[in-house]
Design a protein around this ligand. Structure first.
Ligand code: BEZ
Length: 261
């Protein structure tokens, strides 16, 4: 059978030992092709796991310079990216988020958008959004023209080879990061450029997270505020009854209660 692995001959071993032992070779490697440089994940890329600290950054926004963690302060935050200014789906999305300002404020959530365009472009585009969606967009939009933050938050489409071939850069995708007052990432969503998000789902998960934090419960599929919630496995049914009162036990591991609105 023909092996696809390189043959390791004694000569190759001698060569590699010599190479390793040689101090500070200053051979310039040819740089990786453009698409690889854009799409490879650098070793210093922070992990964006749920529960990890949202990476901090400084940025220019339509409302002035910010330090991201200072911007969040003691609020919750939603950081959401979109592929580009003056594109149709993005325009509908930002208009819809702008209209929900009161709903986000009611939940103590600060909104902040991001796209890989500069401030002049953002300012002009906001005028369009307000006109087309009949709204008054008031949250800041980060100008990430060099994609520094987009890479930091991995807001890149690995398969976006069309745009790379055409423009030499990948699209930023539609990411959503919900971040709590401790600056921990609590939820991420990633949508492709071709699919607009669902603002009701964003509000629903914020309600679920905040209710879960306050009451120590979990929420079932399609849950909405006011509906029955789930007693987590870590709480015994006896303890749940002491804490919540009525508990319906469907199975020993599936118990419902109601914590109101
Ligand atoms: C849009 O927002 O309409 C869009 C942006 C990039 C690719 C496809 C659609």
């Amino acid at each position: 059978m023909v092996s696809i692995l390189p043959r390791i001959t004694p000569r190759a071993v001698r060569y590699s030992l010599r190479t390793v032992a040689r101090p500070q070779l200053s051979i310039q490697r040819p740089s990786a092709p453009l698409y690889r440089r854009y799409l490879s994940t650098p070793a210093e890329q922070p992990r964006l796991r749920l529960g990890s600290t949202a990476p901090n950054f400084k940025a220019k926004t339509t409302q002035g310079d910010i330090d991201f963690h200072d911007f969040i302060g003691s609020s919750w935050a939603i950081l959401f990216s979109h592929p580009a200014d003056f594109t149709p789906v993005c325009t509908t999305e930002l208009g819809a988020f702008a209209k929900l300002k009161d709903e986000f404020e009611k939940r103590g959530v600060k909104m902040i958008g991001l796209s890989a365009n500069d401030l002049t472009s953002h300012d002009k585009w906001v005028e369009d959004i307000n006109e087309v969606c009949n709204t008054n967009l008031q949250f800041p939009i980060i100008a990430d023209a060099d994609r520094k933050i987009a890479y930091m938050y991995d807001m890149i489409d690995q398969r976006d080879l069309d745009n790379i071939a055409e423009k030499g850069i990948p699209f930023t995708i539609r990411s959503v990061f919900i971040i709590d007052p401790d600056k921990k990432i609590r939820l991420t969503m990633m949508y492709p450029a071709s699919t607009g998000r669902n603002t009701s789902e964003v509000l629903r998960v914020i309600d679920s997270l905040q209710t879960g934090d306050k009451k120590g419960i979990a929420t079932p599929i399609n849950w909405q505020v006011g509906e029955d919630v789930i007693v987590p496995p870590s709480v015994s049914t006896a303890d749940a009854r002491k804490k919540f009162g009525d508990v319906k036990e469907v199975k020993p591991y599936l118990r419902y209660t109601n914590v109101g609105k």
